[in-house]
Design a protein around this ligand. Structure first.
Ligand SMILES: CC(C)=CCC/C(C)=C/COP(=O)(O)O
Length: 282
């Protein structure tokens, strides 16, 4: 049995850079923790040859001169730091590519002649059910028609929550300024300036926030509770199927709306508080 050493090309007098157990060459892991029990020259990552391999892997090194790798010196500290950001950048770019690919693939109702074009009218109906205007108008109407203090209190806080949602979504959209998917046909009704931006999905934030609100204050029967959750999920799904948003816009929107409900609970306005506020304004 030939010595493993004789089969492996050894570079720079260090331990073999390539491992070979069954005659197949494969790179020794550069990420394994140092094996303190083995003699220093066999430790991965600490010998000049492995350091050279790691240096040659470094994107910044590939572009630079090879002189530093010729000396077999270990990586200077800052090189290690430069590798981490490039790894993070690669990971984020990959996630973005997956996001765009999934969103494009799922945009099957983006227009009438899309693969699921016949479902588009139903998705548009779901889109309207999650629009800010019907929710604001409906809540204001219920607040006006309510004849109990509790009902008025609940409707008032839902109305304030809807306004809070609009403000926060507008701010985030205006800051992030992510364009909507290229396959989107911007035929939504009653949009305003920042609605040309995609991140986050205002429908998703509203669906999550109102869904939690309804479950906490207005809907008790189990079948109805299930329908509320189903409605919220369909609103989010419709955003991607219609091509209005990328998947990450909707996922972040759900999270943001879920958290917004916590804000509503924290800032809950009782009728007394509101009367006091209105009294001060008068
Ligand atoms: C005009 C009012 C009161 C609300 C705007 C509602 C709207 C068009 C939000 C955008 O939702 P997406 O970000 O999900 O497309």
């Amino acid at each position: 049995m030939p010595s493993p050493k004789s089969k492996n090309p050894v570079r720079g007098g260090g331990s073999p850079v390539l491992g070979s157990s069954n005659g197949r060459y494969d790179f020794m892991s550069l990420t394994k923790p140092l094996n303190r029990s083995s003699p220093p020259h066999q430790r991965q990552g600490s010998d000049p040859a492995t350091a050279r391999l790691r240096a040659s892997e470094s994107p910044t090194r590939r572009r630079g001169s090879s002189s530093s790798t010729g000396s077999g010196q270990g990586l200077p500290e800052e090189d290690g730091l430069r590798l981490n950001p490039s790894f993070i950048r690669v990971a984020l770019s990959s996630l973005l590519a997956i996001d765009l690919w999934m969103s494009k693939t799922m945009g099957v109702c983006a227009c009438e002649d899309s693969s699921w074009g016949s479902v588009r009218p139903l998705m548009k109906l779901i889109e309207i059910s999650g629009h800010g205007i019907p929710w604001l108008a409906g809540t204001a109407y219920c607040l006006y028609k309510s004849d109990s203090a509790t009902g008025q209190e609940v409707m008032l806080n839902l109305f304030m929550g809807l306004l809070l949602d609009l403000v926060l979504v507008t701010i985030v959209k205006a800051v992030v300024r992510r364009r909507r998917p290229a396959h989107n046909r911007m035929d939504m009704f009653a949009t305003f300036s920042v609605d040309r931006f995609s991140f986050p999905s205002g429908h998703a934030t509203r669906a999550a926030m109102c869904g939690r609100f309804l479950l906490a204050h207005l809907v008790l029967a189990a079948p109805l509770r299930f329908l509320v959750v189903l409605w919220a999920a369909l609103v989010g799904l419709s955003r991607v199927l219609l091509g209005r948003h990328n998947v990450t816009d909707v996922m972040f929107g759900f999270w943001m709306g879920y958290v917004q409900y916590n804000l509503i609970e924290m800032l809950w306005l009782s009728p007394q508080t509101l009367q006091g506020l209105l009294g001060q304004l008068a």
